[in-house]
Design a protein around this ligand. Structure first.
Ligand code: C2E
Ligand code: CA
Ligand code: CA
Length: 511
């Protein structure tokens, strides 16, 4: 080979490498933008919930702080974890859902400088009261004002995939840059080098989310490809050039990427153990979806689950995961009949046409025993047809499948989901567990949920247990079963099976 041809080959390889890198960088940017969008939607949903709740209150009549108004605001503040407090104010009277908050919030309310929403009857302002940080949403009408105080502290914790979390910070602000919520790594001082900056604004409310991420990470994330990838990219570029010249090619949309990932099996299950809070014995596990690309990097479920839901692919995703679970852990489940496998289903899926029939066939094909299955239905989304949900719930019970209400306390269904689903388990959301050992209100809310569960004959499971203090407090409150990083993170099938074989894990020693 002559020097000139070696030089030419090196030049071509270099060009291909650059092209491959620029593809990856562009795909990374797109994904980071999708994550920002997921964060914006999360806050929009919380504000929507406040707006809906205030609308319901407003429709009830005069802001006179009569016993019925006081009861209504108490109910709203208790049944929703994101709405921490509600204030009703008119020339006639002012009242709070929890009078203990009056002093705490009144001063910061007086000092707030709200930003109007598109509908100027609504205003938003960041709130800081003692340790508490959040967002105020106020609705003003001729009769007076209704104000909701939203807890926004945990909104961003799981938006970024694990491999990016130590290299980025996220801020959620109002349009005037005042902070509403933020995420930063545990050792924020380790953030290093130059930063790429991404911002996404809501087109419904004056809020935006900003991501600052190490530039080197944006460039290197997903790009550990070798010469084979360069060669494949080269061929791909040739094909692309040909198709492009013929005007046939479109850039892969997130949906096409999702379809591709589903058909290639890149979306797969991991399993997070559930355990007995007193003995540390494993009682089962929750199946959670992961999208892992061939290079080992991942896309957060906060991004792809809503995409699958909105595009009608969520059934396909759920059934593909169950199928895979049957293949990976079916034998282990058959050897351990006391263990249960939980999996997530949205309310819309539950009442979708033909769901139970399809489901029956899928679990039979997957070799899963219905008596070991627990279907978790999130309370974050409303149940649009309560009658239909009840009838599906009965059909599932007849098959021996148990139901769990997931993220309990975070939705705005109130008690309707308890009635509608006749579920076996109530899973208390991480938001309550976070505060249970620290603040009285979280502990009281957990107590309320436990008492509700017992009235409906349900067992309680606490999720997101990270500390020994939380485990002890939850046990004190009467909860027997839980899930969380304290015991185990979500595990691949092989690690789960190994752990089941050693069945009992000693509890970590208290500090
Ligand atoms: P979820 O059902 O509430 O699942 C619990 C989430 O909390 C999981 O996040 C889990 O990894 C995380 N988690 C559990 N323990 C701890 C802890 O101690 N600390 C912290 N910081 N996090 C903990 P993940 O896997 O990111 O899933 C997020 C959500 O995505 C799930 O929340 C669920 O709503 C949804 N999801 C995941 N897989 C599926 C699926 O197959 N179908 C549907 N419909 N939704 C799914
Ligand atoms: Ca769940
Ligand atoms: Ca949850």
């Amino acid at each position: 080979m002559t020097g000139a041809s070696i030089g030419l080959a090196a030049l071509v390889a270099g060009c291909l490498w650059l092209i491959a890198h620029s593809f990856v960088a562009q795909a990374n940017r797109q994904q980071l933008n999708d994550m920002l969008q997921a964060a914006v939607i999360r806050l929009e949903r919380q504000i929507d919930l406040a707006v809906i709740s205030m609308g319901e209150l407003g429709a009830q009549g005069p802001y006179d702080c009569s016993p019925s108004v006081s009861k209504a605001i108490e109910d709203i503040a208790f049944r929703s974890v994101s709405i921490r407090e509600i204030r009703v104010s008119s020339p006639r009277a002012t009242c709070w859902a929890d009078n203990a908050h009056e002093q705490l919030f009144q001063a910061s309310l007086a000092a707030s400088d709200p930003v109007p929403a598109i509908n100027p009857a609504y205003e938003l302002a960041p709130m800081e009261a003692g340790e508490w940080k959040g967002l105020m949403v106020r609705w003003t009408s001729e009769d007076g004002s209704l104000t909701a105080f939203l807890a926004t502290a945990g909104l961003l914790f799981d938006i970024l995939p694990g491999e990016l979390r130590d290299h980025a910070r996220m801020d959620m602000t109002l349009s005037d840059q005042r902070l509403v919520s933020s995420y930063e790594p545990e050792v924020a001082a380790d953030l290093d080098g130059d930063f790429s900056d991404f911002t996404k604004a809501s087109d419904r409310y004056p809020i935006r989310v900003r991501l600052m991420i190490e530039e080197a990470v944006v460039a290197s994330w997903n790009s550990n490809f070798g010469s084979d990838i360069v060669a494949i990219t080269g061929l791909f570029c040739l094909g692309l050039g040909y198709l492009g010249a013929r005007g046939l090619v479109r850039p892969p949309t997130p949906l096409r990427q999702l379809d591709d990932a589903l058909s290639r099996g890149h979306i797969h299950p991991v399993y997070q153990p559930l355990f007995c809070l007193s003995t540390g014995r494993m009682t089962g596990f929750e199946m959670l979806a992961r999208w892992t690309r061939p290079d080992g990097t991942s896309i957060s479920p906060a991004v792809f689950i809503p995409l699958a839901e909105d595009s009608g692919r969520i059934d396909r995703l759920t059934f593909a995961l169950l199928d895979r679970a049957g293949a990976e852990i079916g034998d282990m489940l058959r050897r351990n009949e006391a263990l249960k496998l939980s999996f997530n289903v949205t309310p819309d899926q539950l009442i979708g046409s033909g769901f139970v029939e399809n489901f029956k066939v899928k679990i039979q094909n997957a070799g899963l025993n219905p008596l070991q299955l627990v279907m978790e239905i999130t309370e974050r989304q409303p149940i649009s047809d309560v009658e239909a949900a009840l009838s599906v719930s009965r059909e599932l019970s007849a098959l021996g499948i148990r139901l769990a209400i997931d993220d309990a306390g975070t939705g705005h269904n109130g008690l309707s989901s308890l009635h509608a689903l006749q579920a076996h388990y109530l899973k208390i959301d991480k938001y309550f567990v976070d505060g249970v050992a620290l603040d009285r209100k979280s502990a009281v809310l957990v107590e309320v949920l436990i008492s509700l569960a017992s009235q409906f004959g349900m067992e309680v499971v606490a999720e997101g247990i990270e500390t020994e203090e939380q485990r002890i407090k939850l046990l004190d409150l009467g909860i027997k079963e839980g899930q969380g990083y304290l015991y185990a993170k979500p595990l691949p099938a092989s690690d789960l099976i190994a752990r089941v074989e050693n069945s009992v894990k000693p509890l970590p020693k208290a500090a």
